[in-house]
Every structure is written in C-alpha cells, then in structure tokens.
Design a protein around this ligand. Sequence first.
Ligand SMILES: [Fe+2]
Length: 294
Amino acid sequence: MARYPVDMEVHPEVESFFDPQTNTISHVVMDPGSHSCAVIDPVMDIDYAAGRITYDHADEIIAYIRKFNLELEWLIETHVHADHLSAAPYIQSELGGKIGIGDQIIVVQETFGRVFNEGTEFQRDGSQFDRLFKDGDTYKVGKMTGFAMHTPGHTPACMVHVFGSAAFVGDTLFMPDGGSARADFPGGDAGQLYDSIQKVLALPDEMRLFMCHDYAPGGRDIMWETSVAEEKAENIHVGQGKTREEFIAFREARDALLDMPKLILPSLQVNMRAGKVPKTKDGTPMLKVPVNVL
Ligand SMILES: [Fe+2]
C-alpha cells in the first residue's frame, strides 16, 4: 500500500443519508480540523413512470451542511451509478464545490454514448466534470487529504475515496452479509472486481468502510459501516481468503440471474453527464429508451 498516502491519525466525522427508493447511502465527510466537507454519491429523486425529478434527498443533505455551517468543497461520484441519478449538480448550484469522478469515465461515456446513440454534442472526454481522478491522486478537504484508489470491475471508472481512517468503497464491496456488487454491466469484469476488492482489503484493518448500497439481507436493519477487519473475516463473497477463481465463478453465475436495475436507463443518461439531464436541440429535458440494446 506504499503508494497510497494512508493516514490513520486523521478521524473525519461522517454523516450518512439513506435513500429508501434506491437503497443508496450518500455521505457527508467532514474535516476534523476545519469546517470543510465533501459529499459522496448524492441521490436525485425520480418518478420514472411520470418522468418527474425532485430533490427531497439532496435537500436533506443541503439542510445538514447549512445547519452546521460547513463549506462544501467536493462532490464525489465513486462511479457512474446505474441504479440512481446523481444530485451533484443540484447541490453544487446551491452550495458550490467541485464534482469529481475517476478518469476512466471516458470509457463509460464511449460505451453508453453508443448505447444511447448520442450525437457529437455529447462529449466523451469527461469535460462535464470538474476533476477526473487518476489512481493515487490526492486532493484537499480543508486541511484533510483525500485520495482516490482505482477499483475497476463493477464499472471501469470505479474509485474508492479515502480520508484519514474512513474509506468510501462505492460498489466494490457491500456489508459482509451482502458480499459484493455485480460485475456484468458493459465494461464490468469479475476478475478485476476481485483484484480491486483485494486493494480495499489491503488497507489497515481498523479502516472504517462506508457502503454506497445496502439491501438489508435477511430482513435486518439497513447498515452502511463496517471495517477492513470485518470484511476480511466475514464477507460472504470474498472473506476468509476466497480465491479469485472461486469468486469469478460465483459472481458470473449470480450476475446471469440478476434483472437490470429499474432506473438504469435514466441513471446512465444523467450520470454520464455528471448528473445533468440531457436536452433536445430546443433545450427541452428529455430521456431516451433504447430498445433491445442493454
Ligand atoms: Fe453501482
């Protein structure tokens, strides 16, 4: 882990917001040495059947940041989500901050630019985002340093973001009893996901891990925080030293049985544009449904 600047002496406070529509958890991570904060994976609400977008989840996060007089410096997307829409631009318009994602977003934009038959007005260079992170890149939230670890497998652009003793794992891992995320979206790869999970498990045992999703297996309460030690010991897909071959066989068999996420079509079109809803030539917000492509 030498090349990642891990610093277990910094202990950021984390406030988390669960979205019951999509089982997504968004996080506010706060620098203990200042009033600065970052938001990880904020959700924009959509009633897809009605084509109606609202902001209740994002407004909760905005209210929290205002209540504690925090300064929002970053809006981080761990990846291009396929199950919910990003509220990053909406929160940015209210509170400022820069929107960042992994630099492999250009691969995702190329793939889905084709799926949605986008014209040349859709840039495939990541320019919709304020910052594209490379593996190992660092950035500041107040006095606290964050860094990005490239963790492909679920998608090519997935990144885990680490601040002091808190890591935001996106869709690399779920809680120990939830296992891992699927690896069958275009550009996904179960072997790569296994390798990326090993990078996360190589962080210090006491590292707090914050999930992006939880589906409450077995009917327990929703949970979103665990640790490297717990994942290594108990994760049902990769714990106790499961081999790469075992993981790939299991993951591919499981993924073949999964339905597409309900919101994959609107999510990809919006999230590959950094959370902006696409518009027709005359400026009308509009989403497409490509037939028999996914
Ligand atoms: Fe995801």
